[in-house]
Design a protein around this ligand. Structure first.
Ligand code: SF4
Length: 303
């Protein structure tokens, strides 16, 4: 009988035993999760990220103690499902900014080149320029923050607004999206903080008149496609995965944060000897104290 490598022609070779495999899911779980170092706040890096001021009630004492004892926040383990959620959010923001590229102001990069404070029309996407989230640093207080998108004045989406407009992009779950009638309070507060931060940044750069900071936009993008009951849109589509809100600047929402930042600046960053900030927690058992990386030293200190 004719054979190939010892097997009769026309017959399949004996099956190899199926080895138990991790599968693609197992592979992703083994490779996607990661740990990130906690944030530092010390003499070498005297800067608080805007997102860290609105997660919990802002406590100037926490930042005073972190600076004084060079206490880094604990490392942050991002397990696979959280990483997927974060990356999906970044992808959504990036995807939307690609469509808006010609309408944008900010930083653009390509290979090793960078263009700051520029317009998408000058650095076109089709020539490989990529938009980067614009970052702002307060001129005198320890605060920095990145705004998702800045639209140039008289952009196509907002032709009547003649200054640059801040836009925050949020991707949310389909069930939250379905019932969303107003923007979430945490997002409104943080966007207001960015309006103030950019106001101070632009005033220091003497270009405040190039901005429109009386309003900002929060656009929610649905991660699923939910129910399809939205009213008809101009092009005949009956459903939008986006809900867009124009919010009005309201300084009262961020007053406590700014007061707290000034207290941090006066009591520790500037090296003043004034009285340390007071506790906002009644005990170590309180939820706010439990979320604080200096709760131990806070309750050991008599002040
Ligand atoms: S335990 Fe409470 S009062 Fe003390 S520093 Fe932390 S957040 Fe502030």
């Amino acid at each position: 009988m004719k054979t190939i490598k010892g097997h009769a022609v026309g017959k399949l070779p004996p099956k190899k035993e199926m080895v138990k495999s991790p599968g693609i899911g197992g592979f992703l779980h083994a490779n996607m999760s990661e740990s990130q170092d906690g944030r530092v706040f010390n003499a070498d890096h005297p800067m608080i990220h805007a997102s860290d001021t609105t997660k919990h009630e802002f406590c100037p004492r926490e930042w005073y103690l972190r600076y004084k004892y060079d206490q880094q926040s604990p490392p942050f383990h991002i397990h696979t499902s959280m990483k997927w959620t974060f990356d999906f959010g970044w992808w959504g923001q990036d995807y939307i900014s690609k469509y808006l590229h010609e309408q944008l102001w900010g930083s653009f990069s390509k290979d090793n080149m960078k263009a700051h404070c520029s317009f998408g029309t000058d650095y076109p996407a089709e020539k490989g320029w990529v938009y980067e989230e614009p970052r702002f640093v307060h001129p005198s207080l320890p605060l920095s923050g990145g705004v998702d998108i800045v639209l140039k004045g008289n952009s196509q989406p907002y032709p009547n607004i003649d200054g640059r407009l801040l836009v925050e992009v949020k991707t949310i779950k389909a069930d939250t999206f379905k019932t969303l009638k107003v923007p979430l309070q945490e997002h409104v507060q943080r966007t207001n903080l960015y309006l103030d931060l950019v106001r101070h940044w632009a005033a220091a750069k003497d270009n405040l008149d190039e901005w429109h900071l009386e309003h900002a936009v929060i656009i929610y993008a649905c991660k699923g496609f939910g129910n399809k009951s939205n009213p008809s849109r101009a092009n005949g589509e009956t459903f939008s995965p986006f809900k867009e809100f124009v919010i009005k600047y309201d300084p009262s929402l961020t007053q406590a944060i700014w007061d707290g930042l000034r207290e941090v600046q006066d009591t520790v960053v500037a090296g003043s000897t004034s009285v340390p900030p007071k506790r906002i927690c009644g005990s170590k058992a309180q939820a706010r104290a439990q979320a604080c990386c200096v709760n131990g030293v806070c309750f050991k200190q008599s002040l």
